[in-house]
Design a protein around this ligand. Structure first.
Ligand SMILES: *Cc1c(COP(=O)(O)O)cnc(C)c1O
Length: 397
């Protein structure tokens, strides 16, 4: 997945354009910038590649999720359904807006289980947030139908799945708003950065203003702009956008390298009857940033994870004990540890989390290993790695 492996002359050239004129701000300073608008160019590039009418760059992926929610009107007391397997950013973004995260089970796709989603809907539910973990997706057809049936927003956190598609449409463009991260370890990186994409004109205008203190961006004089509503600063800088621009242009190349490396390892593991792969819904195409598979039980999975370590197979994750990605170890969130007071409404809304059990999610995550697919491996290295993985798994069964 990581574009940082292939940083080079293309990124350097874009950054130098910015350094040469010294305009790090994405808005204004027209006279100084010699025609360089890296953030605008990157927005156009992403819009083209992700078939989306509107793109708003932001300072990071967590900001993207926050802005997606804010721009579509999610706020105080609103319940947002999200999966147990995710990144803490989903939870944090809902909380910062005064909403209530409602965690529900995942299924064999490692995405939201449609049945669990439907069962969690209450009169307070405002949005369903799907998180497209490890380069793939949940059952998007069913999830979208549930959102439509109940008149709920569908927010897509596609931070880990840029370039994956469902029925030919890029992930992120299927829901009402899609979110991407360009942090250091994502498929394309801008060092720090993110994007919100949408085909909804109103949500886009909201995102455009909200990310820049409510500035309406009308005219050329920032001092004279009006502020239709409260905003914040979630801006990206021109320097970050410059790195992201070079990387975004290389996305098709990165995806094809990932697919090639992924297939070599997948074919090798498919020889082992005890290994099953994560389900990709019909019509779905992964971005091949990770290879996710299941083993028969927790004990075997623990053994395999240890055997991978011993044989130098790095960048494989067993999320069961991970405290960034899975509810089981989110003690600080279960206990609602916050620097500042949290409203009674949110506290009450989250009371369920202290005792909530997720046996279905536990079962999938306990048996899952997800391995990062790197861009810099030679074919020989991938084959060697695949052989080591097969050996480590067979010796653990
Ligand atoms: C990385 C990531 C984010 C947050 O992105 P940052 O740029 O690191 O803030 C949000 N959601 C998911 C699923 C991610 O993987």
């Amino acid at each position: 997945m990581p574009g940082f492996e292939l940083i080079g002359d293309l990124e350097r050239k874009e950054v130098n354009d910015v350094l040469d004129n010294g305009v790090f701000m994405r808005y204004g300073f027209d006279g100084m910038r010699n025609g360089h608008w890296k953030a605008k160019e990157l927005e156009a590039e992403i819009g083209k590649q992700l078939q989306s009418k509107h793109v708003q760059l932001v300072s990071n992926g967590t900001a993207a999720v926050t802005v997606a929610l804010a721009a579509s009107g999610v706020g105080a007391g609103d319940e947002v359904i999200m999966p147990t397997f995710t990144f803490v950013a989903s939870f944090e973004s809902i909380m910062i807006l005064g909403g209530v995260p409602v965690l529900v089970d995942i299924d064999d796709t490692l995405g939201l289980d449609p049945k669990a989603v439907e069962a969690a809907i209450t009169p307070k539910t405002k949005a369903i947030m799907v998180v497209q973990m490890c380069g793939s997706m949940g059952r998007m057809g069913e999830l979208k139908a549930i959102a439509e049936k109940h008149n709920l927003l569908l927010i897509e956190d596609a931070c880990q799945a840029i370039g994956a598609t469902y029925n030919g449409k890029p992930l992120g463009s299927i829901g009402d708003v899609g979110c991407f991260s360009f942090d250091f370890v994502k498929t394309i990186t801008s060092a720090e950065g993110g994007a919100v994409i949408t085909n909804n004109e109103d949500f886009y205008v909201n995102a455009d203003h909200y990310t820049d203190h409510g500035h309406d961006h009308v005219g050329n004089d920032r001092g004279a702009e009006t502020h239709p509503f409260l905003g914040y600063n979630f801006r990206i800088s021109e320097l970050h956008a410059a790195v992201g621009l070079a990387q975004a242009r290389r996305l098709p190349e990165f995806l094809s390298i990932q697919e090639k490396n992924f297939m070599i390892i997948r074919e090798a593991l498919a020889e082992i009857p005890e290994v099953t792969f994560r389900t990709v819904p019909e019509g779905g195409v992964e971005n091949y940033g990770f290879l996710s598979f299941f083993l028969p039980d927790l004990e075997t999975t623990n053994k395999v994870a240890a055997a991978f370590k011993d044989s130098g197979v790095d960048a494989c994750f067993h999320y069961y004990n991970n405290n960034w990605h899975y509810i089981r170890r989110w003690d600080h969130l279960k206990e609602l540890k916050s620097l500042f007071p949290i409203s009674k409404e949110v506290k009450d809304g989250l009371a369920y989390l202290k005792t909530a059990e997720y046996p279905q999610s536990d079962d999938y995550i306990a048996r899952n290993i997800s391995c990062l697919i790197k861009l810099s491996w030679t074919e020989e290295q991938v084959k060697e790695r695949a052989a080591k993985m097969v050996e480590a798994i067979k010796s653990s069964l």
